[in-house]
Structure formats: C-alpha cells, structure tokens
Design a protein around this ligand. Structure first.
Ligand SMILES: Cc1ncc(COP(=O)(O)O)c(C=O)c1O
Length: 391
C-alpha cells in the first residue's frame, strides 16, 4: 500500500534515541533544550518551548494569549479540529472565517468581516494549510486594527518560508507559532509540539503552564518564609503560582525529533520535487481534477498534496475514486471535514452554510500520497491510476 503520508526513520534516528536511553535523563533533561534551541535558531525566533503535542501547544498558546471566558478565538474551518478546540479548552468561544478557495487558507477579507462583527475576538489563529503560508501581513494588519493577537498554527508548515524570506515560526507577524511533530508531519517525535515566540513574558508563562504552573527561570517566589532560610534560597523549593498542566515532552522524543531535524532540509526538498512533478502532471486543463493550491509552491512545506475534483464531470463519486485507488494500493484521505460541520460544533449552533468556500472545497478535495520515501516510480504509478479515473 502507498499511504498518503508517512515518516522516514533511519539508523541515525535509532541511534539518537538509543543514546538517550543509555545516557541518563529520560525526561526533563538536556535534549529537550537542545531541540528547542535548534528549532528557535532555524525559524529565527528568540524562544521555543517544546510540549507533548501540537494540541497541547495550541492550548497553552491560547491561554498565554489571554483567551478565557468572554473572549473568542477565530480560525479557519478547514483545519484539524485542535486549532478550534484550543479556544474552548482555554474557556473562551470560537468563531470561523471562511477560506480563500485559491489557497485553502483563511481569507483576509472573510477575516475582516468576522472581526468587524465581533469585538470579543481577541486571538486570530491562521492555519498554514498543507504547509502553504497564509497572507500574514494582511492578517496582522486586520488583527492589529481589532486589537487581537495572532497564534499561527504551523502544524503543517515547519520548513515553509513567507514571501519576504523569513521562516514560518519566526513570529515576525504574530505573537506565537505552534508546530506538531506527529509522524505524518515534516519531522517526527512520535508525538510532540512546539511553541515559538519573541516575547519573554509569554515564554516564561508557557514554561510555567507546561509544568503545572510551577515557577521557572528564577520567577520571584511569593512565599518568602518558605522559599528561604536565614536569607538563603532553599534549593528544594518550588511554587505553583497559576493553574498549569503536565504537557512536558520527554528527552526520548526530543532525541528522535532532533535527529530528524538534521534532515529537515532534505525532507522539504524532496516534498518540493514531488509537488512539482504532480503540478506538471495535473496542469492539463481537460482533466476533471486540479491542484487545490495553485500558487506559493516555492514557499510551502508541502505537508499534503490536495487535488480538487469535479466529481460530477468525472461521473464518479469521491467514495468511488477512493475505493478504486485503494484497490490499486493507493491510500488517499480527506483534509478536512470543516470544523463547524462536526456534530459537536453543530450542537454549539454553527451552520456550515455560513462557510460556502470551505464546504465546496471539502466536497471536492482528496489528498494524494506525499512523503519523503515516495519514489518516482511510485509517484508515476499514482499519477497513472488517477488518470485512469478519467476513463
Ligand atoms: C493544523 C493542525 N493543527 C494542530 C494539530 C495538532 O497536532 P498534534 O496531533 O501534534 O496534537 C494538527 C495535527 O494533525 C494539525 O493538522
């Protein structure tokens, strides 16, 4: 079977994990900081905080950005549910701004309407869908006008660059950026996530929230009589100063992620080659499917490759296509059921018809195989099987 996405593990990755197992610290050790520093340096951000998943990263980022009762977070309907759930976890509400059909990213003009209509929106969460960076300068200027801050969901976009050459994660136009290291993502930790920021107070808060709300980095102690004896700090002492979580990642996971990170450039390069070959194969206007994202190929991290079908013209349903491809040994997937369409969100009162671009994209989309180990022969096979659907 050719999957739609897959991680790539080599002997170096295995040895990196083994050496942590032989070394000493399994968790709360130095490999976590090494991984954080490597990512911060790579993306060009001052600080990075590694956590147990991309979802945990979103939750902590929403809290650190001030989401709570009476405030709202706005995100794209076309994303993994975690981007929206983060607002609810933090005790706030969620709203959606429809996508731009050309990019599948949050549309700045839809965002503008939503922000104007709802002053309770305090956080904007643009999602760099499939690795293609959103129009951040436009989103930043709208967020500034609305006095909202930005958390970029870059779960798909480690290795992507903005048109101005800065890397996604540099937080040039945002307060925070989050990443995920789930195995289908650019680099794998097993499970894992990261938040980058240039704001020291946010960094300190994220460190506390990651570990039970316990003070970190020489935060001032509040209980002077407990924290010191005869004016000298008690070495054993720590304080919980706010309600935090246990969202720590282990050194074992970070050893794998750090070893994977060393290959990130070659991973992205290969994904770019695959995307370019698909783009060339599918540029024929007479076929009933086309690439879903029509521009920005050189900036994208190419996490997914999504096609948009005219299933009516093809004379096949999406399910027929999925089954035929699966019969040939090719696994495809739909990214995503629009978040407001999920029963939980329907029950909160959302109506998918309010997001027509997202709904039509959803009905027409199918993600085809895109991963480092996809060979040219396998890719040719996938392309041929797709063309066979035309007959
Ligand atoms: C856009 C997006 N945001 C957030 C997440 C959550 O990441 P994780 O699975 O590491 O919790 C994902 C994961 O698939 C995602 O695709």
């Amino acid at each position: 079977m050719i999957p739609y996405g897959k991680h790539h593990i080599d002997e170096e990755d295995i040895q990196a994990v083994v050496s942590v197992l032989r070394g000493g610290a399994l968790t709360q050790g130095p490999t976590i900081e090494s991984f954080e520093q490597a990512i911060a340096h790579y993306v060009g951000a001052r600080y990075a905080v590694a956590v147990s998943s991309g979802t945990a990263a979103l939750h902590l980022a929403a809290l650190a950005a001030g989401i709570g009762p009476g405030t709202k977070l706005v995100t794209s309907p076309i994303t993994f549910i975690a981007s929206a759930n983060a607002g609810l976890y933090a005790g706030g509400d969620v709203v959606f701004a429809d996508i731009d059909p050309q990019t599948v990213n949050m549309s700045p003009s839809c965002l503008e309407k939503v922000l104007k209509a709802d002053p309770a929106i305090k956080v904007v969460v643009p999602v760099h869908f499939a690795g293609l960076p959103c129009d951040m300068p436009a989103i930043k200027s709208l967020a500034d006008t609305a006095e909202a801050v930005i958390i970029e969901d870059a779960a798909h976009a480690l290795g992507a660059t903005y048109p101005d050459g800065h890397r996604v994660g540099s937080c040039i136009n945002s307060l925070m950026t989050i990443f995920s290291f789930h195995p289908v993502k650019a680099i794998a930790a097993g499970e894992g996530g990261m938040i980058t920021t240039n704001d020291e107070n946010i960094y300190r808060k994220l460190l506390r929230l990651r570990s039970h709300g316990i003070n970190k980095l020489n935060d001032e102690f509040q209980l002077a009589e407990q924290s010191s004896t005869n004016g000298e700090l008690n070495a054993w002492y720590y304080e919980m100063q706010e309600l935090g979580f246990h969202y720590r990642i282990t050194d074992i996971q970070c050893a794998l992620a750090l070893s994977q990170f060393k290959k990130l450039d070659s991973f992205i390069e290969k994904r770019r080659e695959i995307a370019t070959r698909y783009d060339l194969a599918f540029r024929d206007k007479s076929i009933n499917f086309k690439p879903a994202q029509l521009s920005g190929g050189s900036q994208s991290a190419h996490h997914l490759y999504v096609l948009r079908f005219d299933f009516d013209a093809l004379g096949l349903s999406r399910n027929d296509c999925i089954k035929r491809l699966r019969g040939a040994g090719i696994v495809t997937q739909v990214h995503y059921l629009p978040v407001p369409m999920h029963p939980y969100y329907r029950n909160l009162g959302f109506n998918p018809l309010d997001y027509p671009n997202s709904v039509s994209y959803y009905q027409e989309s199918l993600s085809i195989p895109m991963y480092f180990d996809l060979s040219n022969n396998q890719q040719n096979f996938v392309i041929n099987e797709l063309f066979k659907l035309q007959k």
